[in-house]
Design a protein. Structure first.
Length: 130
């Protein structure tokens, strides 16, 4: 295992999500990166391959939920795999809110994230705040 793959690395990756820092996020991804989303037309959600596609898909999270945050992060690394747990919160354009626990399952390659496979609890949208 590359020593740069660690719990601290995943915590830094999560912090970049919360800062909405796309350049920092992409610095963690390998050149042959893949992002499997929480929703989409296939059993795995939607598959985005390569840095350009992954960058667009990551940025879409903030377009769909401008106040998106991943709270209460906990991270594990075991060899070439890792897991991050968090609670996703965000408000959509119509004011409806999401608050749901989720996990990201990672595969690492040469000290970078090669695959980010996201899973989120399915929960009805919460009403807009008054």
């Amino acid at each position: 295992m590359d020593k740069s793959v660690s719990v601290d690395m995943l915590a830094e990756f999560a912090a970049a999500w919360n800062r909405h820092d796309i350049d920092a996020l992409m610095s963690f991804m390998s050149e042959d990166c893949v992002f499997l989303t929480v929703a989409g037309p296939e059993q795995w959600g939607a598959r985005h391959e390569g840095p350009d596609a992954v960058r667009r898909a990551f940025a879409a999270a903030w377009q769909n939920f401008p106040d998106a945050q991943w709270r209460n992060g906990r991270h594990w690394v075991c060899g070439e795999h890792g897991v991050s747990e968090s609670t996703f919160t965000g408000t959509a354009a119509d004011g409806s809110r999401v608050e749901a626990d989720m996990v990201d399952v990672f595969t690492f390659k040469n000290g970078k994230i090669q695959v980010k496979n996201a899973y989120r609890k399915q929960r009805p949208a919460l009403p807009a705040r008054a």
